[in-house]
Design a protein around this ligand. Structure first.
Ligand code: UDP
Ligand code: MG
Length: 318
């Protein structure tokens, strides 16, 4: 069998509306490259016809392989499943199935890979999303950069090309709550950004609900930052200093003006305020405990229903 240089991993969840165009664009791309490519289509438990469409194209063209998951595991795990089943000797390119990331950029990515870069991550110059979502993304990435333990590049998503050694390292990282762009940055080696215009989704609706988006954002913060836990300690110190000052002030009033007791409002305020602080603190610690719990259960990251790799001989092409 011909050696495969690059695997293109595409996670798909209910993407029948965009599927034909996706395959058309991908086929054009892999026809044109002077290195050999395979496309790994991952069906993330779609409830539409995506799985059937994947099976059909894999039967027609051996350069396409299918990984069908047993249910919907979410984007990050779908990509992980694709990476784990990729055969590209030189590396893997990760793209979204909705053509927001132009697959044509593979040539630029590949030449940067050949220049000795291990991670080529795409940076979104602009986004074609609603104002509010854009603002939320912007704020989030900046917050994350401020508080994360190491540098996760701003405004870059999962669209990237990774060298084989980076892919292998990431596959062997057993993290349950996966935040691939963080893991990718953690691996290190030579990493380089590549600016591009993010297009609009070609068809269908976004498959990232707000819940999923928040889950991803939380993983980005809690998996790569100690800041939330540290801030609890700082808050604790601040509270103690503040209450001591208040106590001294009261003593001063008592001695020089004799007008204490007063401050019923202050008492109530303190109780409510610090009950809130305590609840939030518990929640923050809970986020880490939850992650520990998920990790120690040691479940497999995903379950595969079926892998479709057609033998070269049975193909119409060769
Ligand atoms: N996706 C997935 N599983 C999910 C949600 C999304 O595999 O549970 C895929 C989806 O089919 C698409 C990619 O992940 O190929 C990015 O999702 P989407 O375009 O809906 O996210 P957005 O671009 O709106 O953030
Ligand atoms: Mg999209």
């Amino acid at each position: 069998m011909k050696l495969i240089d690059i695997s293109i991993v595409v996670p798909l969840y209910n993407e029948e509306a965009v599927f034909d165009l996706l395959i058309q664009r991908l086929t054009q791309v892999i026809d044109a490259t002077d290195f050999s490519c395979e496309v790994v289509l991952v069906n993330d438990g779609s409830i539409d016809n995506t799985a059937i469409l994947i099976e059909n194209i894999c039967k027609k063209d051996t350069r396409f392989t299918g990984v069908l998951l047993s249910r919907n595991y979410g984007h990050q795990l779908a990509v992980s499943a694709g990476m784990a089943n990729s055969r590209g000797k030189k590396g893997v390119m990760i793209i979204d199935g909705d053509l927001q990331d132009p697959p044509e950029l593979i040539t630029e990515f590949y030449s940067l890979l050949m220049q000795g870069n291990d991670v080529i991550y795409a940076i979104r110059k602009n986004r074609k999303e609603g104002f509010f979502k854009k603002l939320a993304y912007k704020a989030y990435y900046r917050l994350q950069k401020k508080i994360s333990n190491f540098n996760i590049p701003i405004d870059s998503g999962d669209f990237s090309m990774l060298s084989r050694r980076v892919v292998d390292t990431m596959i062997n990282m057993p993290e349950q709550s996966r935040y691939l762009r963080g893991m990718r940055a953690w691996v290190g080696f030579k990493q380089i950004g590549f600016e591009y215009d993010r297009h609009e989704r070609h068809a269908g609706e976004t498959k990232y609900s707000w819940t999923k988006l928040f889950e991803l954002a939380f993983n980005g913060i809690f998996n790569f930052s100690d800041f939330p836990v540290k801030i609890i300690t700082r808050l604790g110190f601040f509270t103690i200093v503040f209450s001591l000052c208040y106590f001294l002030y009261n003593i001063y009033r008592k001695i020089f003006y004799n007008d204490v007791p007063q401050g019923f409002t202050a008492t109530i305020l303190a109780i409510i305020l610090f009950s809130g602080v305590q609840l939030i603190s518990l929640g923050l610690i809970g986020e880490y405990v939850l992650r520990i719990y998920n990790q120690v259960r040691n479940r497999p990251l995903f379950v595969i229903d079926k892998i479709i790799i057609e033998a070269e001989e049975t193909s119409e092409k060769n």
